[in-house]
Structure formats: C-alpha cells, structure tokens
Design a protein around this ligand. Structure first.
Ligand code: PHE
Length: 338
C-alpha cells in the first residue's frame, strides 16, 4: 500500500509539472485530492488493513496529500508569474516619452488661437498706457447696445448693424461700444478703459464677413480731451501691433455715439487700409452715463480684431478663425506663449 501511495504521488507531481493552465491544475486536484479522488480511495481502504499497517499508511497518505497540495500551489503561482511577465513584455509603456501629438491618442499640446494672441498683446499694450480692461455681457439689452449710445428706437443707424434679437427683447451685442456705458455706470471720471471681446451680427458669410467676430473698444474720459490725445493712443497701439511705424489718416464719418466721428485708415505695406471707427464721445452719451458733459469730454474707438489678425498673418479668409479646423490652428504652433 505504501508503494501504491508513492506511485500516486509521483504520478500527481508529474501531471502538476506538465499542467499549462489553472484548469489543468484543477483537474489534477480533483482526480487526486477530491472526495472521490485517488488518495481518498486509499484512505478508505485503511479499515480493511491489518492494525499495525493502519498507522503508517494513514501517515503516508496525509503526507502525499500535503506534497501534492504544495506542488499544486507552487505551480499555480508560477503560471500567474509567467502570465504577468508576458503582459509586461507586450503592454509596457515608456512613461518618459512625450504624449503622441495629433494622432488622436493621448493629448496634443494645442496651440494658442491667433486671435487670443493678439488680444493678449493688446491687453498688455493698453495696460502699459494705464487702460483698465473691462468685460461686458454678450447678451445685451437694447438700452446699452443702442439707446444709451444715442441710437434710439427707429433711428436709421440701427440698420447699420444687422442684429440677432432674442425672444426676450435682448440681443447679442453688435459691437463692444455698450461697454462704454457700463464703464460710466460703474466708474467716476477720469476713465481709461478697454474692452476686447466677441460681437455678433447677422451677416451673409463670405471671406470677409462672419456672424461672430471680435472688437476692441477704447474709451477715455477726462477734462479737455482732444482728437490729438486719441491719435496719440491709436498710433502707439498700431505701431506696437503691426511692428511698423504706420501713417494714419482720419476721414469724417458718422456714428451716432461720437461727434465728430471718423474712420481711421493706416498704411500697411505701402497701402491705405480702412481700420477703425473713432471720435469724440457724444455729449448725449456722456449724459446717459451720468457724466456732466460740460465738465468732461472723451474719445472712443472701436476696431475689428479679426481684420488685424488677417493682416498680421496673411490669412485670406475670415471664416478660418471660427472653423475649429486643426489644419488652420496648428500653423500657429510656436506663436506667442500663454
Ligand atoms: N462701435 C462701432 C462699430 O462697431 C465702432 C466705433 C466705436 C466707432 C467707437 C466710433 C467709436 O462699428
């Protein structure tokens, strides 16, 4: 009986060594150590043995059980280790590599939008001249977008700006000029403020018209402000942005919120180009803002940022700016840093 146990043990250990997965190990376990397994079968015969044989056979059977069990445990662990080792071979990543750009995997670094870059540049320039940057809402009320800017209801100047009206009577601001009114509501003169932001008009889209574009509004109120002050500020701004000493000229123009009002042209690469609207703040606008127009005067200007960015980078179609097209945006890699 002892030889029989030894033979069973050898057989079991051989099978354990040959087992390639945990299912094979389970099968060995059942065949040898299960309730109906081979070792159990030996134990069941003990009762029929001579009394002096029972002790040694029982001991040997238990020792066989322990030996087979520990072989099973070791083999199981070895199989797990091998599987993990294989995973480590095939699934490893080099965490020191940069993430793959623009493949759709991982994160790409992104680029600063050229409009954002120009807005930031302008912010810096205005800050250096002591102008405070203000924000205003994109959804404006009629009063701030038109009426307080001396464009009452039914005024024909309303037709100059094709407006998106909302069902509650508000509109998407058509220009940044309403921020002039908000600046006066919240500050006492002297006021030096700029607002750079998005504006909206209902346009037929083409290469030079978008329904969403960007303006910068400059607004200055002090005692005895003149057109000369305005020209100084605008020249300084354009020199910084276009990186050229530009020539400027004023042409008379009409905006209800300035008097006199002008259109300003600049020379850029040898040609005159129409760039912005400006003028001396209309006394009525100052009064709407709660400022005594006999004591204070001011200038205001508004210019299209998208237009300037087109000049700066030689962009030929305005619609690229809002398109979200990565092929367009990625060209601005390495531009101004955040
Ligand atoms: N708000 C005007 C526009 O969008 C521009 C402007 C601003 C003109 C300030 C004069 C003074 O057309």
């Amino acid at each position: 009986m002892l030889e029989r146990l030894q033979a069973l043990t050898d057989e079991a250990l051989g099978l354990v060594q040959g087992a390639g997965d945990s299912a094979a190990l389970d099968a060995v376990q059942t065949a040898f150590l299960g309730k109906k397994g081979k070792v159990q079968a030996v134990l069941r015969t003990i009762g029929s043995l001579a009394p002096e044989e029972r002790g040694p056979v029982g001991k040997a059977a238990n020792a066989a059980k322990v030996e087979i069990e520990s072989a099973l445990g070791e083999r199981r662990q070895a199989l797990i280790d091998a599987a993990e080792g294989e995973l480590a071979e095939t699934e490893w990543v080099d965490a020191t590599l940069p993430p793959p750009a623009s493949t759709g995997e991982g994160r790409s670094g992104g680029t600063i939008h050229p409009i954002t870059t120009l807005v930031r540049d302008m912010d810096d320039i205005f800050a250096s001249m002591g102008f405070e940057a203000l924000d205003g809402p994109w959804v404006e009320d009629d009063y701030h977008n038109f009426t307080a800017l001396n464009i009452p209801p039914d005024h024909p100047a309303r037709d100059m700006q094709d407006t998106y009206w909302l069902s509650d009577g508000n509109c998407l601001r058509t220009h940044t000029s309403p921020v002039q009114i908000r600046a006066m509501e919240n500050n006492k003169p002297p006021i030096r403020a700029v607002c750079l932001g998005r504006v909206f008009r209902h346009e037929d889209l083409d290469a030079t018209h978008e329904n969403t574009f960007h303006q910068v509004e400059g607004f200055y109120v002090d005692r005895q402000v003149s057109v000369g002050h305005m020209l100084y500020v605008l020249r300084a701004l354009l020199r910084e942005i276009l990186e050229e000493d530009v020539e400027v000229r004023l042409r008379p123009s009409y905006f209800p919120f300035v008097e006199p009002g002008f259109e300003m042209d600049v020379t850029f690469r040898g040609k005159w180009m129409e760039l912005l609207g400006c003028g001396m703040v209309h006394p009525k606008v100052l009064e709407f803002g709660g400022i005594d127009s006999s004591q204070w005067s001011g200038f205001a200007f508004g210019l299209g940022i998208d237009r300037l960015v087109m000049l700066r980078h030689g962009v030929e179609d305005l619609r690229h700016f809002m398109s979200g097209d990565l092929r367009f945006l990625e060209q601005f890699h390495g531009g101004a840093e955040g």
